[in-house]
Design a protein around this ligand. Structure first.
Ligand SMILES: [Zn+2]
Length: 274
């Protein structure tokens, strides 16, 4: 599912084409992606100008001249700018919401519809955003802050990393990759991660997310950028999805374990059991 690098890649593609556009009206194909009645949602976005296109955690955030449009991509969500500034991505196959703009359309497409589109007032969005952890690629994400937060939790590290209140934007793929790069077993309890490993983890999170943003994200199945193209970071994953394949460092077979209802991939030699 889309994580920070995929949302960031989508935002970077959308920003130059959507900034300054005006939403004339919204058409709701599937109201289950909204959190308010369709009529209320349409009224909130009608006539609004898109002032900025940003990202927070895994969310695409369109700052409007009145309010904030927050798009959580869920498992398979995609935003397609059709005919905006000459963009011609492939036609969406499962449109859930179509925004008619003063030039072209913006379609929220979502095959499985675990995604969500919300029109919030700025205070509401501010409270939501404040409840999220620091952005790992920003200066707000510090080694002392990470150490203190790890020390306060007994969760297995992989699960801890998925909690958006701890570090924003990390999902299962990059959590597994960061644990591997830091040499920490994914089931090790957060509070037992020592200072040296916390430093390694801090660097690993930033390195893997930064490299994935540069590669345009990871496409396992569905993820696409604003032009409908896949990300290429899948070729550089070191443990995720590589069960039984040799570790890139030591040749030991990569293993998979399941906890918290999610698979975790790790090298039993490079990431010794706690
Ligand atoms: Zn290894």
């Amino acid at each position: 599912m889309p994580e920070l690098p995929e949302a960031e890649t989508l935002v970077r593609g959308l920003r130059p084409v959507l900034t300054g556009r005006r939403i004339q009206q919204a058409r709701i194909h599937h109201a289950d992606v909204l959190r308010v009645p369709a009529r209320a949602f349409r009224a909130r976005v009608r006539g609004r100008r898109i002032e900025a296109v940003t990202r927070r955690a895994k969310n695409v955030v369109l700052v409007l001249d009145d309010g904030v449009l927050v798009v959580n991509l869920g498992m398979t969500g995609w935003l397609a700018p059709l005919g905006v500034a000459g963009r011609r991505p492939p036609r969406p196959t499962h449109p859930a919401v179509t925004f008619r703009l003063d030039e072209g359309r913006l379609v929220f497409d979502d095959v499985r519809r675990f995604g969500c589109v919300e029109a919030l007032d700025p205070d509401e969005w501010g409270r939501r955003s404040d409840a999220l952890g620091p952005e790992p690629l920003s200066p707000d994400f510090t080694i002392p802050g990470l150490q203190a937060a790890l020390g306060a939790s007994r969760s297995p590290l992989r699960s801890w990393l998925l909690d958006q209140r701890r570090v924003a934007g990390v999902g299962n793929i990059y959590a597994c990759e960061a644990c591997f790069r830091a040499g920490i077993h994914p089931a090790q309890r957060a509070h037992t991660v020592d200072e040296a490993r916390a430093r390694a983890l801090h660097a690993a999170i930033r390195d893997v997310l930064g490299a994935a943003v540069e590669a345009g994200g990871t496409t396992i199945r569905d993820y696409r950028n604003a032009d409908g193209e896949p990300g290429t970071f899948v070729r550089r994953l070191q443990v995720y999805g590589r069960e039984g394949e040799p570790c890139v460092r030591c040749n030991t077979a990569v293993e998979r374990t399941v906890f918290g209802n999610r698979s975790a991939f790790f090298c039993p030699a490079c990431q010794p059991a706690p």
